[in-house]
Write a new protein. Sequence first.
Length: 172
Amino acid sequence: MSGRAIMRRQPLAHPLPGLRPGIMYGIERTRWLDGSWCGPMAYRFEFDPVNRILLVRIEGRLTEELATGLYGAIRKYSIATDARAGIWDFSFVTEVALSAEFIRHMASQEPAMPDATRHPRFMVAPTAVTFGLSRMFQILGGSTRPLLTVVHSVDQALVELGVQSPQFKSLD
């Protein structure tokens, strides 16, 4: 799989809070280094109605197919909630399989969240791989996403937004 960034972590002891057994949150399962399988790649949308912040938490293996679907879901939920800010949290991503060509392609697309010149967005990327790919996306898409910032934690994004006590509620 040349040309793709790969990152693997050991499985989390506890999945994201709120994930319900039997519900498919993504379309792909992750195979761990020991050969065992974990559940599907998941993303979960949350919204803080007071501060109008859309938060998506991504967990598992992030592929080009899943990233494309996630992009559309971000558009859908940001329009439905009339979000004024967005946080895309890659903290629970266990493996990344995205090519540089794919990052360039996505950065050239219309921003997933409308009003990119008025609504800030944050990519939470705590690992070297997710941070590097997020910065690549930020640089390549900078002309259409001037308020996109790459940070290491959700707390850092909330500080940048000036929000102290967000009240995120699941959009499921």
